[in-house]
Design a protein around this ligand. Structure first.
Ligand code: BDP
Length: 719
């Protein structure tokens, strides 16, 4: 009797502790499908979900079936049989246009009007049977609905009386991989490129499918496989076969592939003497190339182009405009429905003009001159993915051209691979900015979703943070930024908080303490980072070339616009870039309502102060502090923020998988070290100009400025 009791106890405790034995490596991302922990919800789910019916066949619907089977088996802890005729408590996933079964049900009439990618999830009674329907007017819409349904269960939401209608606000939701053919990743901090070019097209890594699943689960429907600093070689026939092999995997999940087109490809791989976009042979070469691509990849998405920027070739090499270049490619792609995403990230150190103004100057006059299948891809801010920038003045300035948003998910300027910085707040800050281009409420979001100017195409791109690291993104919390990009691309009205909460529940746990504490950490993380790196509107003061760590002292390089002193302009009189009328007048590129705010010292938010104004060190801030004191307080506050994050994280030790807990803890310690490094280096450097003391109550840097200036990182990642 006693031994059997002991054995029973041991078995029970084995199962209770099972989760502790299993160590989590992050590979499953937010698609973990672990068994629902809330007992009463689990019971309610298992009574409502007894069978699964996926009618009609297509590769996408097979993938839907597989996902639902795996997902439900995991979440409910039991197998859900697949049936072919409706029974009580069936989940039906089906394309409305093709389904006979659904026609018999009294589905919400709205289904007929839901745009293709959208879906309806509805609970219904039919002939006495309770059923749950996931449907859409397209197969991929059924897939998006499926992932939403699984998300409801993963985040432990009730599923009785469902009627969810959802469709994306933006049409092209695209990841940009800055991946090179040798598998290095420009600004990548999560290992090497996941595209194993050498073994393609014959070897299909299982990661490709998991990559596609993850993207489909958040609505991403396109991927640019190659770096914007492009290599023409990817357009050779052998490489196109490799691209086609990837496209074959992604197609099932509604993801199109795109490539970066190197403007000089006709010379480099086509034996032509020129790449002049108005030259007939060049135009013909691109047409032939595009034809070849579509013969291999019938649903090829199109080209992303970086031209005449940072040394990349482009139409201006031949005295032609960006419109000439973009239109040549657009013409070649047009018969097949492909698009050109032409980047507005252009600036030239030979032009004696504030770098922040150059893209606008170049592109605004071209509004209306692009072919219908061209989108202009604009970075969120006018300089370059800094921890904080005002929105790019091109948003709202080109009403006749669809403008795409380009965000950077990889944290080139926000702590790279080791800082926990949740970017949804940065994305939202930009999307919600009011351009005033059509009066109050003309937000950047409405410019890029096409609603303000009735564009038929719209797009948003995120520079990927994905690599070969087992957990995909290096830092586990990097996954949250991939997730947030996709979710906001689908629906930019979601709040940063909602997205964070979804991600936490799917990634860590539905435990309330875990959810609320991690949410606190995530929501403040970007402001902490701005504070310890570039407070009050400072920008571009990072390390030379690798962009790792602080280096506000960078000067005397071959390009002024790649130095730090160009941007902070600190001297004994003060600090900041005067972009008002008295300075570079970059403010004039904004609509008057916005320009007035940024120009005025009273109205300009502290967050953008030194972006737009050069001010004396003893300038009186709204807080009553001098500018110098305020700068110090912000730097110190940033560091305190990271300390606070570490304490919150530590308090969750018993509730987080051991390996994940340790992984994040170690990275947070690195983040703290680096936040202190940023703070000390910047405060000491700026002090050489302000000649003012660090406020008394703040601890003094323990190292000298010289020490920081002598640090060297020849092997920093990402270049
Ligand atoms: C900069 C990166 C550089 C990219 C460039 C771009 O440092 O590696 O090539 O952006 O977006 O921020 O083209």
């Amino acid at each position: 009797m006693k031994t059997s009791l002991l054995i029973t106890t041991l078995i029970i405790s084995f199962f209770i502790n099972r989760t502790n034995l299993y160590s989590e490596d992050g590979y499953r991302l937010w698609l973990r499908y672990d068994k629902v922990t809330n007992k009463s919800l689990l019971k309610s789910y298992t009574t409502q979900i007894k069978y699964l019916l996926v009618d009609n066949n297509s590769p996408t619907l097979s993938a839907v079936k597989e996902e639902l089977q795996n997902g439900l088996t995991g979440l409910l802890g039991k197998n859900i049989p697949v049936i072919s005729a409706t029974k009580n408590r069936t989940v039906i996933a089906s394309n409305y246009k093709k389904s006979k079964i659904l026609k018999e049900l009294s589905l919400s009439p709205e289904i007929s009007n839901i745009p293709d990618d959208g879906y309806l999830i509805q609970t219904l009674k039919h002939k006495g049977n309770d059923i749950i329907v996931i449907t859409s007017n397209s197969d991929v819409g059924v897939m998006y609905g499926t992932f939403e349904f699984l998300r409801l269960l993963q985040t432990q939401k009730p599923i009785t009386n469902l009627k969810i209608i959802s469709y994306p606000k933006i049409k092209l939701r695209i990841l940009n991989h800055w991946d090179n053919l040798n598998r290095t990743v420009e600004r990548g901090y999560a290992g090497f490129s996941i595209w194993d070019w050498h073994k393609l097209p014959d070897y299909i890594d299982t990661r490709y499918k998991d990559y596609a699943r993850a993207n489909a689960s958040i609505g991403i429907n396109g991927t640019v496989l190659t770096n914007v600093n492009a290599n023409a070689w990817v357009l050779t026939h052998d490489y196109l076969l490799k691209v086609a092999a990837l496209a074959n995997v992604f197609r099932t999940y509604g993801i199109k592939v795109y490539l970066t087109a190197r403007f000089s490809a006709p010379i480099e791989i086509g034996n032509l003497k020129t790449a002049d976009p108005l030259n007939e042979d060049v135009r013909q070469w691109w047409k032939e190339k595009v034809k070849e691509i579509y013969s291999l990849i019938p649903d090829f998405g199109g080209f992303l182009v970086k031209a005449n920027s940072e040394g990349q070739p482009g139409p201006q090499n031949y005295g032609r405009s960006h419109a000439d270049g973009a239109n040549m490619l657009a013409e070649a792609l047009e018969p097949y429905g492909g698009v050109v995403m032409w980047r507005a990230f252009v600036y030239d150190n030979n032009i004696p003009e504030d770098r922040a103004k150059q893209a606008y100057n170049e592109f605004k006059p071209l509004d209306g001159k692009f072919k219908k299948n061209v989108l202009i891809q604009v970075k969120n801010g006018p300089i370059d993915f800094q921890p904080r920038e005002p929105f790019h003045p091109l948003f709202g300035a080109m009403p006749n051209t669809p403008l795409m948003m380009e965000f950077q998910i990889t944290q080139e300027y926000l702590g790279q691979g080791t800082h926990l910085v949740y970017l949804a707040t940065l994305f939202k800050e930009c999307l919600e900015s009011d351009t005033y281009c059509k009066g109050k409420g003309s937000t950047v979001a409405k410019v890029i979703d096409g609603s303000l100017d009735n564009h038929s195409i719209s797009g948003i791109a995120g520079v990927s943070n994905i690599g070969t690291d087992r957990n995909w993104t290096g830092h586990l919390f990097g996954q949250a930024n991939w997730y947030a990009f996709g979710r906001l691309a689908w629906n930019h009205e979601l709040t940063s908080e909602e997205v964070a909460e979804e991600w936490i529940r799917q990634t860590f746990s539905n435990d309330n303490e875990v959810v609320s504490k991690i949410k606190t950490i995530m929501l403040k993380s970007r402001e902490d980072c701005v504070n310890y790196m570039t407070p009050l509107g400072l920008h571009h003061i990072m390390g030379w070339n690798h962009h790792y760590g602080p280096a506000p002292w960078i000067k005397d390089k071959h390009r002024d616009d790649w130095t730090s002193v160009y941007y902070h302009r600190a001297d004994s009189n003060g600090i900041g870039f005067d972009r008002t009328e008295k300075g570079s007048n970059a403010v004039s590129q904004y609509y008057p309502e916005v320009a007035e705010i940024f120009s005025s010292l009273e109205k300009c938010p502290d967050e953008y102060l030194l972006w737009f104004h050069h001010l004396p060190w003893n300038y009186k801030m709204k807080s009553g502090n001098t500018l110098w004191e305020e700068l110090c307080y912000h730097y110190y506050k940033g560091v305190e923020g990271v300390k606070e994050t570490i304490n919150i994280w530590k308090s969750l030790e018993s509730k987080i998988d051991k390996d994940e807990f340790e992984h994040v803890k170690m990275l947070l310690n690195i983040q703290l070290k680096e936040a202190i490094w940023w703070r000390n280096a910047c405060v000491l450097y700026f002090q050489t100009f302000s000649k003012m003391p660090i406020p008394n109550e703040l601890e003094k840097p323990d190292k000298s400025l010289e020490y920081y200036m002598n640090l060297n990182f020849p092997y920093a990642p990402g270049i």
